[in-house]
Design a protein around this ligand. Structure first.
Ligand SMILES: Cc1cc2nc3c(=O)[nH]c(=O)nc-3n(C[C@H](O)[C@H](O)[C@H](O)COP(=O)(O)OP(=O)(O)OC[C@H]3O[C@@H](n4cnc5c(N)ncnc54)[C@H](O)[C@@H]3O)c2cc1C
Length: 492
């Protein structure tokens, strides 16, 4: 079980001597540490174990992938057991498939999402994820060599990440070092050496940068990402359902709801989510950080919760906020150069787009699936990786339009079709990353044909008027909650 709140402290570091080859290069060679470029860099083949920087979900996924291939490696970072809500709870098809395949130990944290509903400009567009139930999509999955899914996952990251960390570092191929990379020596597109804050120094044969926004390698190498869109301010929290069994089958309890808010009706111009995870519900909204506003993060979330209620997602009538409101600021970006002679910017370290575009955790698991091949500098793997990033960028633009443009129902149909096609392409790339040669060839053909196959198909239901304002809560609920706005503000 992975209870929502019962968290263990991170385990002590395993012995540094575990794993084949782990003894080599462990000695502390401070006297050799040079900030300057070494004049005669050693060939990477003769170097020390590969290193993964960062043990968030991305670094853990890469570590698991290397361990499965019996590749000894070092995983560097301090795990922070999640006691509070974090972003990254709604998964796409690639991620769901990979979680089932490679993270089956985390099952207790998975919750089925049957649908995605877009509530945009007075309409609701419903997209169903029962791929098993559609003969065409079932065939698509099977041809790719993938299991047709009955739905996608929401993941309760509280407890999950901690559990996954413990399981991942238990591998004999993983040597976890608790610490931070403090210094990096780079020459000729090659990471020559890497020093931790405790002075340990390594000359890794390959480096996977999974440091996310910390951008450890890009900073060391002077790589600047291209940023796009406006900087975002994201406020988010968790609610707990008063009675999880009540309304257990209500549509919004089994769906990701994505809601665009309008300043004239909702007081904020934003785009946010409602993600049910068991007896909790994640709620969050992005607003343009540059828009002038006096609203606090709590007030932004309060307006968002009420906007959801107006659209038939009455979270505030059935749940209370149980976690403090958190806020992050982020900007979307992509690096042009995502790999080099002995390094790769893995998953969300390479590119970050709107969260509903394809998911960042999905990108992390895709990057992890390719990790052993990227280490060998396989051209094929590098191409697949680049294609995935290109596809994410395309889907990102669709979400930007959904967020900013004046849309007709026909636009929503067109855009949701594009999102499905983008996801189909990414599933095809994932199938190529994990498949045997024959399967890979078939998947390659199908991936190329996907835009054409999807051209004449409407994947989601025709947009309908968004449900009218939800009736006022029953007296008992009112007694419990006060007004919805009080419920939000008093507990934050
Ligand atoms: C609004 C919003 C909503 C989102 N929703 C979703 C969603 O629904 N689904 C989804 O899949 N994704 C979503 N995401 C994205 C997702 O939350 C993140 O991209 C993902 O969780 C990042 O995981 P990670 O392992 O790459 O990074 P992190 O969890 O940030 O881990 C990086 C690790 O690197 C470590 N590190 C940093 N510097 C160093 C150093 N010098 N040495 C050693 N270690 C270092 C850090 O301490 C950290 O532990 C969302 C993002 C946003 C902004």
């Amino acid at each position: 079980m992975l209870p929502h709140t019962a968290l263990r402290p991170p385990p002590a570091c395993p012995s540094p001597d575990i794993g084949p080859g782990a003894a080599s290069g462990l000695e502390w060679r401070r006297e050799n540490h040079l900030m300057n470029t070494p004049s005669n860099p050693s060939p990477t083949a003769a170097r020390d174990l590969p290193i993964i920087i960062g043990c968030g979900i991305n670094g853990l996924a890469v570590s698991r992938s290397l361990s499965r291939q019996r590749i000894a490696h070092r995983l560097i970072g301090t795990p922070v057991p999640l006691q509070r809500p974090c972003l990254g709870e709604s998964m796409d098809a690639v991620c769901t498939l990979d979680l089932e395949k490679n993270f089956s130990d985390g099952k207790a944290a998975y919750f089925q999402k049957a649908d995605l509903d877009f509530h945009i400009q007075g309409t609701k567009t419903n997209c169903n994820f029962n791929f098993q139930g559609s003969p065409g999509l079932r065939k698509y999955f099977k041809t790719l060599g993938l299991k047709p899914l009955p739905g996608l996952y929401h993941v309760d990251r509280i407890g999950f990440d901690d559990h996954v960390f413990t399981q991942t570092v238990a591998s004999q191929y993983c040597q976890h070092l608790d610490g931070r990379v403090a210094d990096i020596t780079v020459a000729n597109d090659t990471v020559q050496a890497l020093e931790l804050d405790n002075g340990q120094r390594f000359e890794p044969r390959f480096v996977f940068d999974c440091s996310n926004h910390a951008a450890v390698l890009p900073r060391a190498m002077g790589l600047k990402p291209k940023t796009f869109g406006k900087p975002q301010r994201v406020a988010f929290t968790h609610y707990r359902l008063d009675n999880p069994d009540q309304n257990a089958h209500a549509h919004w309890r089994l769906a990701t709801s994505l809601v665009r808010t309008e300043p004239d009706q909702d007081q904020i111009s934003g785009f946010g989510w409602v993600i049910p995870i068991g007896d909790h519900v994640s709620l969050g909204v992005s607003v343009n950080d540059e828009d002038p506003t006096d609203l606090t993060d709590e007030q932004i979330l309060e307006h968002f919760a009420l906007a959801c209620r107006k659209r038939g997602v009455p979270l505030v009538d059935h749940a209370k906020q149980v976690a403090p409101t958190r806020c992050i600021r982020n900007t979307h970006f992509a690096h042009d150069k995502v790999h080099g002679a002995n390094w790769v910017l893995s998953g969300p370290t390479a590119c970050q787009v709107w969260f509903s575009t394809g998911t960042a955790v999905g990108f992390a698991t895709f990057a992890a699936a390719l990790a052993p091949q990227l280490m060998k500098r396989s051209r094929r793997a590098q191409n697949l990786y680049q294609q995935y990033i290109t596809s994410l960028r395309g889907s990102h633009d669709v979400i930007t339009a959904m967020r900013e443009d004046t849309l007709t129902p026909a636009d929503m149909t067109r855009f949701t079709n594009k999102i499905y096609v983008g996801n189909g392409i990414r599933m095809g790339l994932y199938a190529q990353a994990i498949g045997n040669p024959l399967r890979t060839r078939i998947a390659q053909l199908l991936t190329r044909m996907t835009p054409w196959i999807g051209r004449n198909t409407d994947f989601c239901n025709t947009p309908v008027p968004s449900p009218a304002d939800t009736p006022a809560p029953a007296a008992s609920a009112e007694e419990n909650l006060g007004t919805p706005s009080q419920a939000v503000l008093s507990s934050s």
